[in-house]
Design a protein around this ligand. Structure first.
Ligand code: ADP
Ligand code: MG
Length: 259
């Protein structure tokens, strides 16, 4: 459903992503991994049409996204950045209700149905009892959930997440990724996310895309992608890879830097 074909992206004269292609099937969870500065956020922003790209194309359900209106895109796709900024005094419920506006006409007010969707998004993210709290009074994990609730209220087909677990401690990282998995499994939401942690990418993804200095290094299932050779080539680390019983995803133990 989402196809990135031969896309190149640059900032002024610096080429950051080169002839990049990958396809995301409807209902899949796809993670983009790669070292710092390799172009992951840049790629995600281009998909969300926050950045222009040079050649190639990005299509959603076979329609070139360049020909879609911003409103149409906002109905189908929602991106959460690494650091999301809301005015501090805004309440959780108000933040989440912003997700409804792409579906409304100019100056049209939210109706009962919109408010039901907002409540549903709050319930899904276990934030109903925090709905009147200011965003500034939430913990990191709760705040991340509030942004995901806003994205849910938008009812997108595709959710783009840029390192949704950064700044969270491990139990909250797990909680956010479990929520992402729930949304994927229960609602069929397609997810494309940038993840830092190789084991999280391995456990939570159907497909993994590896980017290295703006080039697509490899893409495939966690089993296909998570190899000692890939980790050596891309991260310059020696590793051991093990299959654990409970989720059958390859588990990576980093051992030492490549000598
Ligand atoms: P990642 O998300 O993989 O860490 P980014 O996509 O943020 O990497 O950045 C890729 C490269 O593009 C880096 O070299 C970064 O310095 C550069 N870059 C990112 N944003 C900008 C910008 N606004 N202007 C110029 N260069 C940028
Ligand atoms: Mg980034």
């Amino acid at each position: 459903m989402l196809k990135v074909d031969n896309v190149s992206i640059r900032y002024e004269h610096k080429q950051v992503v080169r002839n990049f292609s990958f396809h995301v099937a409807s209902g899949d969870v796809v993670s983009i991994i790669g070292p710092n500065g390799s172009g992951k956020s840049t790629l995600l922003k281009a998909i969300a049409r926050m950045l222009p790209y040079d050649n190639g194309s990005i299509t959603l359900n076979n329609v070139n996204m360049k020909s879609m209106s911003s409103r149409d895109i906002a109905k189908k796709l929602c991106m959460l950045s690494q650091r999301n900024q809301a005015p501090n005094d805004i309440s959780v419920k108000n933040l989440v209700s912003y997700g409804r506006y792409p579906h409304k006409k100019w100056f049209e007010r939210l109706n009962d149905e919109d408010m039901q969707i907002v409540d549903w998004a709050l319930e899904k993210t276990h934030l109903l009892h925090y709905k009147d709290r200011p965003i500034s009074a939430l913990s990191g994990g709760e705040s991340q959930r509030a942004w995901i609730a806003m994205a849910l209220a938008q009812r997108p087909q595709i959710l783009l997440l840029d390192e949704p677990t950064t700044y969270l401690d491990i139990s909250h990282q797990h909680e956010v990724l479990q929520l992402v998995r729930e949304l994927n499994e229960e609602m069929g939401m397609t997810v494309v996310m940038v993840l830092h942690d190789l084991n999280q990418a391995s456990s939570y993804s159907d497909q993994i895309v590896v980017i290295q200095e703006g080039d697509r290094k490899v893409t495939g299932s966690p089993d296909e992608v998570m190899t000692k050779q890939m980790i050596r080539d891309v991260y310059k680390m020696e590793s051991e890879i093990q299959h654990v019983i409970w989720d059958d995803a390859p588990r990576i133990h980093l051992v030492s830097a490549v000598k």
